[in-house]
Design a protein around this ligand. Structure first.
Ligand code: PMP
Length: 307
């Protein structure tokens, strides 16, 4: 599907058009993967377009840069302001925002440090990442034969483009075998995450999600769902999940900025629960969507209205 983009792109503090937003083929990022990014949703609300958890996304972006020793000429607060301005400048009602920071054109060779740091903020309209029916009916997924990044290889607390080579292997294998998404296990064989989503299990009345030590991205939707689940009276446990728990769980679902809260109805052709979104998943979807759409009170201060 072509990108339904907003034309104004922020580059190192100035607006350029989408067509002008190009890089040289010798850019360091293209050769060595030197790129950190975010994915952020801005929802249409009765108060105007509102960015969901802008601060936490900007913080994760700044931390991804810190891990990779990328010095930024902009503070976290300045990047937050720039993203609000991007929504205003494009007069977007809703959007998916993609800040990307990478090492550009300069020198060749593995050492990134002598290459310029380029910051771009892009936005486009993005519908339902795993398909229109996914949120309502759930998706069929598999456990991947590819493992998630092992500790001490690539740090998964950074949202780095290079991590998505692994994610692409997981995704392509799943699609080739007729599944919507794949779930990777971590290096110890426990459940880690989907190619672009965290995962939750409801089992014996308790919710579980893999801990950060299971090579997962510290998902902001994951964090929001833990908060909402506890608010609704559920116990949420962050501990290693054995693969087979996916098969015998009452409910399994993905969380992510793009995927929001997507129910999983089968894993490896084994039906999860009743093969349809369960009551806990439904309730969390409802609560999450009512907050992000500005229909319920923003009691945690998660929305930044851009008017
Ligand atoms: N894991 C991976 C690998 C992802 O790409 C994403 C999407 N950013 C997530 C988890 C979910 O994170 P978030 O809820 O912050 O979007």
């Amino acid at each position: 599907m072509p990108i339904d983009y907003f034309d104004k792109v922020w580059h190192n503090g100035q607006y350029i058009s989408w067509k002008e937003a190009t890089v040289h083929v010798a850019a360091h990022a293209l050769h060595y993967g030197t790129s950190l990014f975010e994915g952020i949703r801005c929802y249409a609300t009765p108060r105007g377009p509102a960015i969901f958890r802008l601060k936490e996304h900007a913080e994760r972006l700044v931390n991804s840069c810190k891990i990779y020793r990328v010095a930024l000429a902009y503070s976290q607060a300045q990047l937050e302001e720039a993203m609000v301005d991007l929504i205003r400048a494009n007069q977007a009602e809703h959007a998916y925002i993609r800040p990307i920071i990478f090492r550009g054109y300069g020198e060749m060779g593995v050492n990134p440090l002598n290459n310029p740091v380029e910051i771009y903020l892009l936005a486009w309209r993005w519908g339902k990442y795993l398909g229109e029916a996914a949120l309502q009916q759930g998706v069929d997924v598999c456990v991947s034969s590819w493992q998630r990044l092992a500790p001490n290889t690539l740090p998964t607390m950074a949202k780095a483009a290079a991590n998505y080579m692994n994610a692409q292997l997981v995704k392509m294998e799943a699609l080739a075998n007729g599944y919507t998404e794949g779930i990777a296990l971590d290096a110890s064989g426990h459940v880690s995450e989907g190619s672009g989503e965290n995962i939750f299990v409801v089992w014996h009345g308790q919710m579980r999600t893999p801990p950060l030590s299971s090579s997962v991205l510290p998902g902001i939707t994951r964090n929001s769902v833990i908060t909402l689940a506890r608010e609704l009276g559920h116990t949420v446990i962050e501990e290693a999940i054995p693969r087979e728990m996916l098969y015998i769980a009452d409910e399994v679902f993905f969380t992510g900025t793009a995927a929001e809260i997507t129910p999983i109805r089968s894993v490896d052709h084994i039906t999860v629960g009743e093969g349809k979104p369960g009551p806990v998943t439904r309730k969390l979807q409802e609560r999450f969507l009512s907050i992000v759409r500005g229909q319920a009170e923003d009691k945690y201060g998660w929305l930044t209205v851009c008017v």
